[in-house]
Structures are given as structure tokens and as C-alpha cells.
Design a protein around this ligand. Structure first.
Ligand SMILES: [Zn+2]
Length: 304
């Protein structure tokens, strides 16, 4: 009797966990029918924190629509376009990407031919430097990714900008700003109607310092710039949305790393020693060791 009761109790405990797992959004696929309205002009398709899925932005003015990020490959772009049709049917489409990594940018080729892709010059540099390297890595990870990336190529921009670009959509203007090198050289953020699409430059998950020559000093200056916009909503390119506290979280993380790395370097420690020591200090709170290591190495290189 006791055993049966125990088994039942275990089953009851396990049930919600299983239900949660079943409801977890799929990897690599932008979801249909979950688009949420944030302001009079701004919608977002949440990623549900699924890997290789971006949070997609849709901004609707009286004259035109701006889409922020495409999803991985043509199939995801089609899903995004279905959602766009629900909130901005028939309007000319502009497209911008937060950076050129595949799940953000490699659906652009599947957007309508008359849509206009807005690219920073830095994104052109990233594409020229890395091409399909990361796409090939993603494609090798699963059959689905391989299928999604079939025929994908980087689309050439229709509108090119250097540092920033203002786009009047009719009754609402999007400010598009190049902020790299941080996660990539071509990091791009969009501020519109109080909503900041912050790319990988401010998220809840730990930052991935990947750009050639990226420094924490530059990333911290970027965070100051983002804060100065005084966003009411922050929609990062991955993970939960929130407010400006998302920006503050990155500042805390980078400042702590800068301070600890600076002190240890001054004390004569090697880079390897510093990576090990600071990772040990911070890994309980910030569990992604690879991302910690990347940030610590960048901080070590720039520390006096
Ligand atoms: Zn990325």
C-alpha cells in the first residue's frame, strides 16, 4: 500500500514536469500564432528561449512594416511573414537583422523580392569575413537545421548605412544603430516606440563576446548608449523580454569581470590563471563557462 502511494506521489510530482517538457518550444523553429503586441506599433514573436530561434520584431506604421530578424532559413521566414500578414497586411516590408548569425539573418533571401533589406556596412564586413562558416556548423548539428538551411544565402542589402539610419514607417520612426564590435562587428539595435530591440548586446542569458577586437570597454559604452534611449521595453534577440534592468545586468557582469581581471593582471597573473580564478569566482552565479572565458580573455587583453 505504501509503495503504491509513493508511486502515485512520484507520478503526480513528475506530471507537471513532463507537461512542461512537452510544451517546450522546438529548437530552430519560429512559432506561429504566439505574436504579442507590446505597443500601438510594435509586436514580438517570442522565442520561448528555444535554441537557434530569435525573438522576432514586427513594427507597423501607416505606410510600411519593419521586421527585425528572420529566423533560420526560408521555412522560418515564411512563418514570420504569416505573422506579419496578420498585423500589417499589404504594406511594403523593410527588414533589418540584429547581426548576421544564421538564425537572425539567413531567412532574408526568402522575403519578398520587393522587400528592402537594411544593412550596416559592418554586417557586410562580417559576411565577407565569415561567409557560411557558422551556417555549416549549424547544418551539421541536425537534419532539421540542414533542411532549413537548404539554399540559404546571405542577401545583399538594398539600403546601406554606416552608423545609424532613421526609417519613417508612417506615424512611427525606427532608429537603427550600429553598435559593434561586441557580439559581432555588425551588431545592430533598433529603437522604436519606446521599445529597444537590443540584439545580443543586452539579454538575460550571458553575453557572448565573439567579435574580433571586442573589448568590455566598448561593450560597456554600448550599454550606456542603450540606457540613454530610456526604453520602456527591451526585446533581446534571445530569451525573455523585460525592461532596462536587462541592460543593467550586463553592466554588472562586465564591471565585475573588468575589476577582478584588472586586479589579478596587475598582481602578475597569466591569462590562463586569471581565466581559471575568475571563472571559479563567478560560475555559480553565471553558469556558462565558455562565455565567462571569452569575456575574461577580452578583459585581460585590454587591462593595463
Ligand atoms: Zn549571434
Amino acid at each position: 500500500m505504501r509503495i503504491v502511494t509513493l508511486a502515485l506521489a512520484v507520478a503526480m510530482l513528475a506530471a507537471p514536469v513532463l507537461a512542461q517538457q512537452a510544451a517546450a518550444p522546438p529548437t530552430s523553429l519560429v512559432r506561429e500564432g504566439v505574436t504579442e503586441k507590446l505597443t500601438d506599433h510594435v509586436w514580438a514573436i517570442p522565442d520561448g528561449s528555444a535554441s537557434l530561434v530569435p525573438n522576432v520584431g514586427i513594427v507597423v506604421g501607416s505606410k510600411a512594416v519593419l521586421v527585425i530578424d528572420t529566423g533560420l532559413g526560408a521555412r522560418n521566414a515564411q512563418t514570420v511573414l504569416k505573422e506579419v500578414a496578420k498585423v500589417g497586411a499589404g504594406k511594403p516590408i523593410y527588414l533589418v537583422t540584429t547581426h548576421v548569425h544564421p538564425e537572425h539573418d539567413l531567412g532574408a533571401h526568402a522575403f519578398p523580392a520587393d522587400s528592402k533589406l537594411i544593412r550596416s556596412k559592418d554586417q557586410d564586413v562580417d559576411i565577407a569575413a565569415s561567409g557560411m562558416n557558422l551556417a555549416n556548423v549549424f547544418a551539421s548539428r541536425s537534419e532539421l537545421n540542414k533542411e532549413l538551411l537548404q539554399g540559404a544565402t546571405y542577401r545583399k542589402g538594398d539600403i546601406s548605412f554606416d552608423k545609424d539610419y532613421s526609417l519613417d514607417l508612417g506615424g512611427v520612426t525606427a532608429k537603427i544603430i550600429a553598435v559593434g564590435p561586441n557580439h559581432t562587428l555588425g551588431d545592430t539595435v533598433v529603437f522604436v516606440d519606446g521599445v529597444l530591440f537590443s540584439g545580443d548586446d543586452a539579454m538575460r542569458p550571458q553575453p557572448s563576446v565573439m567579435a574580433q577586437g571586442a573589448t568590455l570597454t566598448h561593450w560597456l559604452a554600448t550599454l550606456d548608449k542603450l540606457d540613454a534611449l530610456k526604453p520602456t521595453h527591451v526585446v533581446p534577440s534571445h530569451g525573455p523580454r523585460g525592461d532596462a534592468s536587462i541592460i543593467a545586468g550586463y553592466r554588472t557582469y562586465f564591471k565585475k569581470i573588468q575589476e577582478r581581471v584588472g586586479a589579478l593582471k596587475k598582481a602578475g597573473k597569466t591569462q590562463d590563471d586569471v581565466v581559471e580564478a575568475v571563472t571559479d569566482e563567478m560560475v555559480t552565479q553565471y553558469p556558462d563557462r565558455a562565455r565567462l572565458g571569452g569575456a575574461i580573455r577580452a578583459a585581460y587583453a585590454e587591462a593595463k
